[in-house]
Design a binder for this molecule. Structure first.
Ligand code: SAH
Ligand code: SF4
Length: 379
């Protein structure tokens, strides 16, 4: 290792680095504290380090990385959205959603620029370029939010502004599992950011072969974007269903490690007018998930320009929700937050896309692939 971002390295890698510089193992521990307890952003702040060590680290080209903040928007409802720029010019969005009635809030992070999947209702799936975010870029979203919310040093109790992390931004997290796992293990480390695994939820479109592994290795909460109760409809709206159909997806859910009534899978159910919003669908949904410790999250479709779906009426969504509730399940309706700053599900990046449209057209005409355009959505 010669010159690199210290963010995103795990403890063993930091120990190797200090050994390489001829330093004692204790220094690696101290460095970890500076990065993740204190939120230090440069070596000057690391006052327990001798000046010579700070100079050595800097001289070797090490640095404490943060994504650049291209834009920082705040909604009237308190939702905040950062458009982050990475070293290669790619961008992704991160959204902070404060709780309405409590102290904390959820941070929605992205795992990819764009998404290789092409779910018909999702704006992200219409974008050309996809690349995985690195562990540093995933973790960097959390660090930027903590910087902006002024939440350093890391609070010792659970009363935090960022009380929950939801991996529901752009991209399919389980297609970038290694980087996601590395970032989340750093996030959960008890000597640093110490975010409890019970306060982290990863949403997948149903990458069946990776689900058990995530449960075993990370123990985080699972959310599954179900959205349809038949293979016929799910095939049509979520192409991944052709690879991992409902029977396989449900089997993977049933065996997700650590499930109990206190620890349920969240089934996200996007509601599309006339397609999956009937009472028969609600009943079929309960049959499909029977026996799985489950809760539901109903998401009325958030339209975007050119989308081939409509949002169901509030009444039909309410009827659906009431039925699940009567049957003993939690089934809140996810209300769009931050709509004035285009931060709701399916809206991320659409503003930037519009702004960049002429630029991207010019690039396409010139035969170059535009790798800056993508949209995302969040929970
Ligand atoms: N790729 C992962 C995580 C990101 S998507 C997944 O699909 O689960 C986060 C949630 O937003 C998913 O449940 C997704 O289906 C939903 N979503 C996508 N487009 C939407 C739209 N236009 N309106 C409402 N929800 C949308
Ligand atoms: Fe990708 Fe999720 Fe959007 Fe589907 S819903 S295209 S998996 S980000």
């Amino acid at each position: 290792m010669n010159g690199c971002d210290l963010i995103g390295l795990d403890k063993a890698e930091l120990a190797d680095l200090m050994a390489l510089l001829g330093e004692k193992p204790l220094r690696a521990k101290q460095l970890w504290h500076w990065l993740y307890l204190q939120g230090a952003r440069d070596f000057g702040a690391m006052t327990s380090f001798a000046k010579s060590l700070r100079a050595h680290l800097e001289g070797e080209g090490y640095f404490v990385g943060r994504p650049g903040t291209v834009r920082d928007l705040q909604s009237v409802d308190g939702t905040r959205k950062w458009l982050l720029g990475f070293a290669d010019g790619n961008e992704a969005e991160t959204v902070y959603i404060p709780d309405m009635d409590e102290e904390g809030g959820a941070l929605c992070v992205s795992t990819q620029v764009g998404c290789t999947l092409t779910c018909r209702f999702c704006h992200t799936g219409t974008q050309l370029l996809v690349r995985n975010l690195s562990a540093a870029e995933i973790l960097g979203q959390f660090l930027i939010a903590r910087d902006a919310l002024g939440e350093w040093p890391t609070p010792t109790d659970t009363a935090r502004k960022i009380s929950n992390v939801v991996v529901m931004g752009m991209g399919e997290p389980l297609f970038n599992y290694d980087n996601l796992a590395k970032a989340l293990l750093i996030l959960m480390d008890g000597e640093g950011l110490s975010m409890s695994r019970r306060r982290i939820t990863v949403s997948t479109s149903g990458v069946v072969p990776m689900m058990r592994r995530m449960g075993e290795e990370l123990g985080v909460n699972l959310a599954v974007s179900l959205h349809a109760v038949t293979d016929d409809l799910r095939d049509r709206i979520m192409p991944i269903n052709k690879k991992y159909p409902l029977a396989e997806l449900m089997a993977a859910c049933r065996t997700y490690p650590g499930l109990s009534n206190a620890r349920r899978i969240t089934f996200e159910y996007l509601m599309l007018k006339g397609l999956n919003d009937s009472m028969a669908d609600a009943k079929a949904l309960l049959r499909l998930t029977q026996g799985i410790p489950a809760k539901f999250n109903l998401i009325p479709f958030n339209p975007w320009p050119g989308a081939p779906f409509e949002t169901p009426s509030h009444d039909s969504v309410k009827r659906f929700s009431d039925y699940l509730f009567e049957q003993g399940f939690s089934a809140p309706i996810r209300r769009p937050r931050g709509q004035d700053i285009l931060a709701a599900c399916g809206q991320l990046r659409s503003e930037s896309v519009r702004e960049k449209q002429s630029l991207s057209k010019a690039r396409l005409a010139a035969g170059t692939r535009d790798d800056t355009e993508h949209t995302g959505q969040r929970a």
